[in-house]
Design a protein around this ligand. Structure first.
Ligand SMILES: *Cc1c(COP(=O)(O)O)cnc(C)c1O
Length: 370
């Protein structure tokens, strides 16, 4: 096997594989627990909306057939929703695939890709997979430091990834700063704005970047049905960008990359405005509940506009993560984001948030007493 390993692209050998955590069934078996709650992957605790579920049932017979490879109806529906043309849209097997398509279509070995410290882990993976060089800029209060990114731009820079809001920090960039940044980026460098959590953000200054596409033809905005729409398991995301870029992404895209159930569910989900509103309101209450509860335990969290919150334990997070697991509460330790003392918890239902907080109190109390 050793010689086979040597055959891989050098960039691939440097990749730390994405670690998604174990399936809930496996954890329950391993730890001998039942009724565990999963607050680990930023999924919607309400699940998919009624319209998406109905569309899945209605279309189940179709899975014997290949899906529409161009996603004609979903693109049309998304285009109306976003006020762009269908030619601006690229559908992906989750928005993760769009990030990968951008790197594959545009970035050559030896070119540079810029992203922030503590940014989403998929950026280093797709950068290394194409043999490019990562330029990691220092964070500002855990979030993206746009001036540092601007300063890092050089002759080899090809692509910049910005998560807005960022996972796992929940931090975000405001309209004015982001616009000024985009104006400063040379037109031959692509900027991916990863907006996986955009639908959760209520801040006045949060930018509507899709409206900027005419002005910045080097801009690619990515969104997903995995987060607020509650469809993470069916894998649908999309990129919105200049049709010329979309055309190039389409060349490297595998045919049939989005399933017919995914297409149907996503199309129905866009119109299920009630579900989005309910999910957003639940999340706002949950963020408040969690941050207040975390403060009450004498801990601090990073202010978040996403559907998750990241708290500073002041000590290594892994033992706390493990102890929470024993109590049936699955969270995420984020040492792989260079944040070994932080724990990320997804906003759950009110009762789940309460259970997380009381379990955390128990775990921390035991550590003080013991
Ligand atoms: C969850 C997430 C995504 C993508 O998820 P998909 O399920 O592939 O759409 C992209 N970016 C960030 C920052 C995320 O947290």
């Amino acid at each position: 096997m050793k010689s086979v390993t040597k055959m891989a692209n050098p960039g691939v050998l440097r990749i730390h594989p994405y670690s998604p955590g174990k399936p809930i069934e496996e954890l329950e078996r391993e730890y001998g627990i039942k009724n565990s709650i999963k607050l680990a992957s930023n999924e919607n605790p309400l699940g998919p909306g009624a319209a998406a579920r109905a569309a899945i049932y209605r279309n189940v017979q179709k899975i014997a057939f290949y899906p529409d490879s161009h996603g004609y109806y979903l693109k049309k529906r998304l285009a109306d929703h976003l006020q762009v043309s269908p030619e601006h849209i690229t559908l992906g097997n989750g928005s993760n695939e769009i990030l990968e398509l951008v790197a594959r279509a545009f970035v050559a070995p030896g070119e540079q890709v810029i992203y922030s410290q503590h940014a989403f882990v998929v950026y280093p993976i797709v950068t290394q997979a194409v043999g490019a060089e990562a330029v990691v800029t220092p964070a500002h209060q855990w979030g993206t430091n746009l001036p540092a990114m601007q300063a890092a731009i050089g002759p080899k820079t090809k692509l910049i990834f910005i998560a807005n809001p960022n996972n796992p920090t929940g931090t975000w960039s405001a309209r004015k700063e982001l616009r000024e940044f985009l104006q400063a980026v040379p037109a031959n460098i692509l900027v991916v704005l990863d907006e996986a959590y955009a639908e959760y953000v209520l801040e006045e200054d949060y930018p509507q970047c899709i409206a900027w596409l005419d002005e910045f033809p080097n801009l690619i905005v990515t969104r997903t049905f995995s987060k607020i729409y509650g469809l993470a398991g069916i894998r649908v995301g999309y990129g919105v960008c200049h049709p010329d870029i979309a055309g190039l992404l389409n060349r490297v895209r595998a045919p049939f990359n989005v399933s017919n159930l995914g297409l149907a569910a996503a199309e129905a989900a866009i119109d299920d405005h009630n579900h989005v509103v309910r999910s957003r309101e639940l999340n706002q209450r949950g963020l408040q509940q969690l941050s207040a509860g975390i403060n009450k335990l004498g801990l601090t969290s990073i202010p978040s506009v996403g559907n998750f919150i990241t708290l500073d334990l002041g000590c290594s997070a892994i033992p706390v993560y493990e102890a929470l697991l024993q109590l049936g509460v699955i969270t995420r330790h984020i040492g792989n984001y260079a944040m070994p003392n932080h724990l990320r918890v997804t906003v759950g239902l009110a009762g789940e948030n309460r259970r997380f907080l009381s379990s955390l109190e128990k775990v921390l109390g035991a550590r003080v007493d013991g």
